[in-house]
Design a protein around this ligand. Structure first.
Ligand code: 13P
Ligand code: SF4
Length: 312
């Protein structure tokens, strides 16, 4: 593959030749976000994947996001830069154990966070993202039991917001649960005027401290609209790329992880598996491609569609 500026131009050229669209999550590297046709949160990316008329979708994110694009738009070829870019949250729900939980609550409505495999989506009544989880749960009749999987932190947050009791799957995002409360508190002392804004995948003790809780897009909008100057951002640090572009004069502080790392921030190792070289190769070879059986795709589509109808 070419390098540097040549690599950027080669990606642009291939994209045009192949009528491809590059979709990227806010957590991937800034240089990939710069090349993408659409950068967004999980909800926005699903909506973009559903309505694209490109022939080839290159999804720079993690595996379940590529699958979601394929579920929503099966006539398109969907490729990802790295097939091994998974998600600790999606990996926390094995199909058999989930089936066992469902069997214990046969009348429950199953709500699954979009961060799960296509197989789990196929076992779900309605998907949600961090943008619409509260709305999705509120759409379910009050007399219904609800299973909520796989993110228990988001689940507890939604239960608190809606006053509904949820049967939780105890899954978590390895990145968000590793944000250090102690270090956040130190930052609060150092920057007393800063607002703490957090993603609902963070632990309850952090959400309780936060001035605002929302999805990646919601956090970005919040920083733009707020008249405050300084923000401690408790989510994956990739979001700071777009935030800095949106509010170049504000002070943005990424939330530190428990373990000291080179960026003094929180990074998703899976999202960071997307590189420019792999993006080029995915476009060039149209590989690795996401394939799904119709047996999985059709029920998964129904669960996603139920969410998209609510989030129009
Ligand atoms: P959102 O972009 O929907 O806020 O989700 C965050 C996330 O963890 C994606 O993996
Ligand atoms: Fe999964 Fe967490 Fe990475 Fe998002 S940030 S892809 S939830 S491991």
């Amino acid at each position: 593959a070419p390098k540097g500026a040549e690599l950027i131009n080669a990606i642009k050229k291939l994209k045009a030749e192949k009528n491809a669209v590059i979709l990227a999550h806010y957590y991937v590297d800034g240089e990939i976000q710069e090349l993408a046709d659409y950068v967004g949160d999980s909800l926005g990316l699903s909506q973009a994947a559903e309505k694209t008329d490109a022939d080839l979708i290159v999804f720079c994110g993690v595996h379940f996001m590529g699958e979601t694009a394929k579920i929503l738009n099966p006539s398109k070829k969907v490729v990802v830069p790295d097939f091994n870019a998974g998600c600790s949250l999606a990996d926390s729900v094995p199909v058999e154990e989930f089936a066992a939980l469902k069997a214990q609550h046969p009348d429950a409505v199953v709500v699954s966070y979009i961060n799960c495999s296509a197989e789990i989506k196929a076992m779900t009544d309605i998907i949600c993202t961090s943008s619409n989880a509260v709305q999705v749960v509120e759409s379910i009749p009050a007399d219904k039991e609800i299973i909520f999987a796989p993110d228990a932190n988001l689940g507890r947050y939604v239960a608190h917001k809606t006053g509904r009791e949820l049967i939780l799957w105890e899954g978590a995002c390895m990145v968000h649960i590793d944000i250090s409360l102690e270090k956040l508190k130190q930052l609060r002392v150092e920057f007393p005027d800063a607002l703490l804004i957090a993603h609902p995948e963070c632990q309850e003790m952090i959400l309780r401290e936060a001035d605002y809780v929302g999805s990646t897009t919601a956090l970005l909008n919040y920083v733009e609209k707020s008249d405050k100057q300084t923000f401690i951002v408790a989510t994956e640090a990739g979001i700071l790329h777009k935030m800095k572009l949106a509010v170049p004069n504000k002070h943005l502080i990424p939330a530190p992880a428990n373990e000291q790392n080179s960026c003094a921030c929180s990074e998703c190792p899976y999202m960071k598996m997307n590189t420019m070289e792999k993006l080029y190769n995915a476009l060039f070879y149209e590989l690795p491609e996401i394939h799904l059986s119709e047996e999985i795709r059709v029920p998964a589509y129904k669960a996603l569609k139920a969410m998209l109808e609510i989030s129009k």
